[in-house]
Design a protein. Structure first.
Length: 134
């Protein structure tokens, strides 16, 4: 029983830790190779197919190649950092895939670090369960 619980905890912790590391790597990569652009924040009216009444904001920007790109914001609007209809935000996009964007100043690194730390704590907890159960 303890071994099964430890394996479940270790696997979940490893997945969380890897997700955080991947997120941090993507933030660093977009800061390094991303191209800066100014995007217009837009909201669309939710349709019948939408499950919720609130849709995430759309960001519309033009690439250096003059391609107009419209993507959903990778971060939600918040009280501290609102994404208001018609406002402009600075973002960085991947020139090879303009659909991959990062809002400058809203990277949410703390969330990625939390995944890494909680994942590592879960793996450590699995080791403790194995050590105590053995």
């Amino acid at each position: 029983m303890a071994v099964g619980m430890a394996l479940f905890l270790a696997f979940g912790g490893l997945v969380a830790c890897l997700a955080g590391v991947a997120g941090l790597g993507e933030i660093r990569r977009l800061h390094r190779v991303g191209v800066s652009a100014l995007a217009l924040v837009r909201y669309r009216a939710p349709g019948r197919e939408d499950g919720s009444a609130v849709s995430p904001p759309l960001l519309e920007f033009t690439t250096r190649g003059m391609q107009v790109v419209e993507v959903f914001s990778p971060v939600p609007s918040s009280r501290a950092l609102p994404l208001e209809q018609g406002s402009r935000v600075r973002l960085r996009y991947d020139p090879a895939d303009p659909g991959r964007v990062l809002l400058v100043g809203r990277e949410r690194r703390h969330l990625e670090y939390a995944f890494v730390l909680l994942g590592a704590a879960a793996v450590l907890g699995a080791v403790v369960v194995i050590a105590v159960g053995a």
